[in-house]
Design a binder for this molecule. Structure first.
Ligand code: C5P
Length: 234
């Protein structure tokens, strides 16, 4: 498995037909690391994971589990059997829940997918976090603490903005992975992303994996856009 620095393409499509039409473009090319999110997984079920895997793509299954530890352990066991390469949980589920996730993921031979924690969703503002969720700390302090909790539980890294990658690396060490969305090419539209960086900037800021959706999936030539990401980031 490719462990270090890669471009993950967010396949935010609503059906198997659309995702396969997209992946067919990569026939005979380097097979991108693919992110499957809730929409596609809930629409198509585990068979979509098996089929994309069969085509030779590493898979990040982005389901952001958050439940009682026992439920998360058992759910992770099921996902691990799907032979995905990366999965995630919410760090707010507690260290105990993250440890349970790791146990569930670990196969009999000791192998397992990478396990990444979501700290605070980038859609949550500091104001809402403090006023609705009654978390009194700053966003930075919260992200740092959640990342440290994830590391203590034995997880491999966190999802964060490239701009937070330095903070996370400083707190948790260089080997702790940062998986970073919010990537745009220089001069491109931001869409609904707010704090964006280019693939090259993400690399400079210490990202290990960039998650790129629309700049590749909606490009006139998706393969060329993917190759451009690779050239800037790897
Ligand atoms: O199309 P775009 O490049 O904005 O897609 C980014 C992907 O990363 C989407 O699948 C989005 O849900 C995901 N993501 C994000 N910000 C986060 C966590 C995940 O954009 N904080």
């Amino acid at each position: 498995m490719r462990m270090k620095r890669d471009v993950i393409v967010a396949c935010d499509f609503g059906s198997a037909a659309e995702v396969f039409r997209f992946l067919d473009l990569f026939e005979g090319q380097r097979k991108p690391f693919v992110k499957i999110g809730m929409e596609l997984f809930y629409a198509e079920g585990p068979s979509i994971v098996r089929e994309i895997k069969r085509r030779g793509h590493p898979i990040f299954l982005d389901l952001k589990l958050h439940d009682i530890p026992n439920t998360v352990r058992k759910a992770m066991k099921v996902l691990s059997a799907l032979d995905v390469d990366m999965v995630n949980v919410h760090a707010s589920g507690t260290i105990e829940m993250m440890k349970a996730a790791l146990e569930g993921l670990t196969r009999q031979d000791g192998s397992r997918p990478l396990l990444i924690a979501v700290t605070q969703l980038t859609s949550t503002s500091e104001e809402r976090m403090q006023q609705e969720l009654l978390i009194g700390s700053s966003m930075e302090e919260t992200i740092k603490r959640y990342a440290l909790n994830a590391r203590e539980a034995g997880l491999d890294g966190v999802v964060c903005s490239p701009r937070e990658a330095g903070l996370v690396k400083q707190a948790c060490g260089d080997g702790f992975l940062t998986v970073t969305p919010g990537i745009r090419f220089a001069g491109a539209a931001a869409d609904d992303q707010v704090r964006i960086t280019t693939p090259a900037q993400a690399r400079e800021l210490g990202s290990d994996f960039i998650v790129v959706g629309r700049p590749v999936t909606a490009a006139p030539d998706p393969v060329a856009a993917y190759v451009r990401c690779l050239e800037q980031f790897i």
